[in-house]
Design a protein around this ligand. Structure first.
Ligand SMILES: [Zn+2]
Length: 393
């Protein structure tokens, strides 16, 4: 009987212990911590992208913050967040990643998608960029096909292809059109008259220019004030008055920069007094290529940059009429000019010094030839082609 009682007591204690343990466990479940993930729990990522944590928080059953106790196990397709409180109760949260790259790269063409170039000119690839959502810069992986034959008129497509590491492909096309060279339309003639004005020649030249309704340029020097009216008339007729020289004395002006500049300013002032206008357009006596100044080595090299620094524009020429001594007839002046005209800017050197009848008598024919052959006559301005010569001194 006593044995039996002891036996039942042991069984009873065992059952009570089991009930107690079970109750303890239920009690513990109610005391678990909790992990809250910020942001989405299902994230779309690029294949090799590292997930940038958006945040999380762990609170114990009593709302105590135990975020610092969270441990994260990082896998390629998920992160597992775990936390355990002091009582040994755990909580778990999972963030899953869907890894894929479905976006094709984007090719951006520098320059125009439709380029047009003239035949026999150089074609330079303007360049491109390829960017991908997942691979970032794919520029170096772009394959370019197609070539431009710049010596044959035609339309040439250039293809640009790139594939990202997920196999998404993109193509861009540039069309290069090679066109024939344009008709050169800037056939211009700048007539320039040096060393005037003169009683015998300048009035006739002004008369012809007026009748032909064209404008020219006069690089004047100092003569008698009785001739000032011709400078004034030329200016009022709309021609350009440029500074040639006050003295036109090579020995004097090319001896020093000071001499040159004094001489230039004297002529500049004279012109301004007559016309009321300052001019910055000049021509060196003998041209910038002259060798008459070699008694002063390097003077032309120095003067050409000097006048530039002072804000002057000096003009040489690419056609010489030869009327300063070489020619023996108006016909020669005419031939020297028209034979050398080209489909570009033509800067013609002539003179209106006293008794230069060859030029006066050739002028109307030169103008007629120019007009008949599609040339436009213009006066020099600060923006006109300067036709600078090679400098020999
Ligand atoms: Zn001269």
């Amino acid at each position: 009987m006593k044995d039996c009682i002891i036996k039942w007591m042991v069984i009873g204690i065992g059952i009570l212990s089991i009930i107690f343990i079970i109750c303890m466990d239920f009690h513990a479940i109610g005391k678990s911590p909790n992990i809250i993930l910020k942001g989405e729990t299902l994230i779309s990522l690029c294949p090799n992208e590292t997930y940038q944590e958006q945040g999380y928080q762990a609170l114990d059953f009593n709302q105590q913050d135990i975020t610092k106790q969270v441990k994260i196990k990082k896998y390629h397709d998920k992160w597992i967040y775990r936390v355990q409180n002091k009582k040994g109760n755990q909580a778990t949260a999972i963030r899953k990643f869907v890894r894929e790259d479905t976006d094709a790269p984007i090719i951006t063409l520098e320059g125009n998608a439709e380029e047009t170039i003239y035949i026999d000119t150089l074609y330079i690839e303007p360049g491109y960029h390829a960017l991908d959502h997942c691979d970032v810069d794919l520029t170096s992986e772009v394959k370019q096909t197609g070539e431009v034959n710049t010596s044959v008129v035609g339309i040439y497509p250039i293809q640009y292809q790139v594939t990202d590491h997920a196999g998404n492909q993109t193509e861009a096309i540039r069309t290069v059109t090679v066109i024939p060279k344009p008709e050169i339309t800037d056939k211009t003639i700048y007539l320039t008259f040096d060393d005037g004005p003169s009683y015998t020649i300048t009035p006739g030249i002004l008369q012809i220019l007026k009748e032909e309704n064209i404008q020219a340029t006069f690089f004047v020097i100092n003569h008698s004030d009785d001739l000032n009216y011709l400078i004034k008339q030329a200016y009022e007729d709309g021609h350009t008055i440029g500074i040639h020289s006050y003295s036109h004395n090579y020995r004097y002006i090319y001896t020093s920069e000071d001499n040159f500049y004094n001489d230039l300013l004297q002529m500049s002032n004279k012109i301004e007094n007559i016309t009321g206008q300052k001019t910055k357009i000049i021509r060196f006596p003998g041209g910038s290529s002259n060798t008459v100044s070699t008694f002063n080595p390097g003077i032309m090299t120095r003067l050409t940059s000097f006048v530039h620094e002072k804000g002057y524009f000096y003009f040489d020429w690419n056609i010489s009429s030869g009327d300063a001594g070489e020619v023996k007839s108006a016909e020669e002046v005419y031939q020297n000019v028209v034979q050398n005209l080209g489909n570009h800017a033509n800067l013609v050197l002539m003179h209106d010094f006293e008794n230069n009848y060859y030029t006066l008598n050739a002028l109307r024919r030169i103008i007629a030839y120019g007009k008949a052959n599609g040339y436009t006559f213009l006066k020099l301005t600060e923006g006109s082609p300067t036709m600078h010569h090679k400098i020999y001194n």
